[in-house]
Write a protein of this length. Structure first.
Length: 384
């Protein structure tokens, strides 16, 4: 039995030096600034709404919001995220993209420079209720469903809703918005239909006597249609140095730099004979005598669970390749062709030197999923 006051050796050592972390999540704030200014330079006449939903796509919204202080707005998912930013003394105007549920939330927003997106008629009723008991001025963001069939006022109702909202006494400004389902292909049939519907909405907007702004451009739209002239742009993924489509990563028109880098270290090296297998299901079989590095990261840590054999990993800046199925907290990597590989050597799963888009394309994965998942599992280190 262990007696009280007994110190385990490893705990004693850890108290004297920095604790070992098997996963290193590095967030490069200089790269974030670079990406923001790339966007700002290209779209110098537009206001910028930086989308920071889901903890800034896993990057850490509190730290990133401070760096992005020149943004005109931050887009958050819900009122709780907005309240959290205000409690952290972030002063930038906020837009709650998930909308409102009651007039009390709306009142809190009005008093704290937080606006809400309206996408259902019942939310218009909430505004009317608010108008009856206060004279506070406010802004509205009205989302029109031009064909994505997710959120937004239906096209058949849009004219009446815009006219109704425009009559509100305390309304200071309206921002009319939509979201495109196929912004990566402007010639796609559904996209052309959405663009036509959007143009018809813009005609109605001109009839309003209220101050009206318009916005439709997310990252894909900005990359594929850089001549966009609308009032507000809404970059999300590209802020974090990731291109929504692989073709944009190849052409690299904005020279975006990855903000997140996911790293670990080799913890074991195996010498595998020709014909032997590695990992669950014996998927990878050595075609020759091979050297396999074991890295303590897996799908439980945000790495893509279904990554294929041959998915690249950087070892000391050199390319090695996934060998075998991804386990919960481990992967095997074929390093046979590399020299002087040893336990403790650093590996990069994605980020600087190995773009996440390459992992995404090879495996049919989603960079959104990988960023958010990794960001939720590991404690980030912020590099200025």
């Amino acid at each position: 039995m262990f007696k009280g006051g007994t110190h385990f050796g490893i705990l004693n050592k850890m108290s004297k030096k920095k604790q070992y972390n098997r996963i290193k999540l590095e967030i490069n704030l200089s790269h974030l600034k670079h990406n923001f200014y790339q966007i700002k330079q290209q779209f110098s006449n537009q206001k910028i709404l930086c989308v920071v939903k889901n903890n800034a796509y896993g990057h850490g919204v509190k730290e990133l919001a401070k760096v992005l202080h020149e943004a005109d707005f931050f887009g958050v998912a819900d009122i709780s995220a907005a309240v959290s930013l205000r409690n952290q003394n972030i002063k930038t105007p906020l837009v709650v993209m998930g909308g409102i549920w009651d007039d009390l939330d709306f009142e809190y927003g009005v008093k704290n420079n937080i606006s809400f997106i309206l996408y259902e008629k019942y939310q218009v009723d909430i505004i009317e209720k608010f108008e009856k008991r206060t004279n506070l001025p406010y802004d509205i963001w009205l989302k029109i469903d031009t064909g994505m069939n997710r959120l937004g006022i239906q096209m058949t109702e849009a004219k009446n809703v815009i006219e109704n909202i425009s009559s509100f006494t305390n309304l200071a400004s309206i921002t009319i918005m939509t979201h495109f389902a196929n912004a990566d292909n402007l010639n796609e049939k559904a996209m052309l239909k959405q663009l036509k519907n959007w143009d018809s909405i813009l005609v109605e907007i001109k009839k309003s006597d209220k101050s009206t702004l318009i916005t439709c451009a997310n990252s894909s739209m900005l990359l594929n249609y850089p001549k966009i002239t609308e009032d507000i742009i809404r970059p999300g993924l590209m802020l974090y140095g990731v291109y929504p489509e692989t073709k944009n990563a190849i052409n690299n028109p904005f020279n975006l730099k990855p903000v997140m880098t996911l790293k670990s270290n080799i913890i074991s090296i195996k010498h595998v004979k020709k014909g032997e297998s590695v990992g669950y299901g014996s998927r990878w079989v050595a075609s020759k005598d091979s050297i396999i590095a074991i890295i303590p990261i897996g799908y439980g840590d945000g790495y893509y669970r279904y990554a294929k054999d041959g998915t690249p990993v950087l070892i000391k800046g050199q390319r090695a390749y996934l060998a075998g199925r991804v386990s919960m907290n481990m992967i095997g990597v074929d390093v046979t062709h590399l020299k002087k590989i040893k336990i403790g050597d650093e590996s990069t799963l994605w980020g600087e030197g190995l773009r996440i888009e390459e992992i995404e394309q090879m495996n049919g994965a989603s960079s959104y999923d990988m960023l958010i998942s990794a960001g939720s599992k590991a404690e980030a280190t912020y590099i200025k």
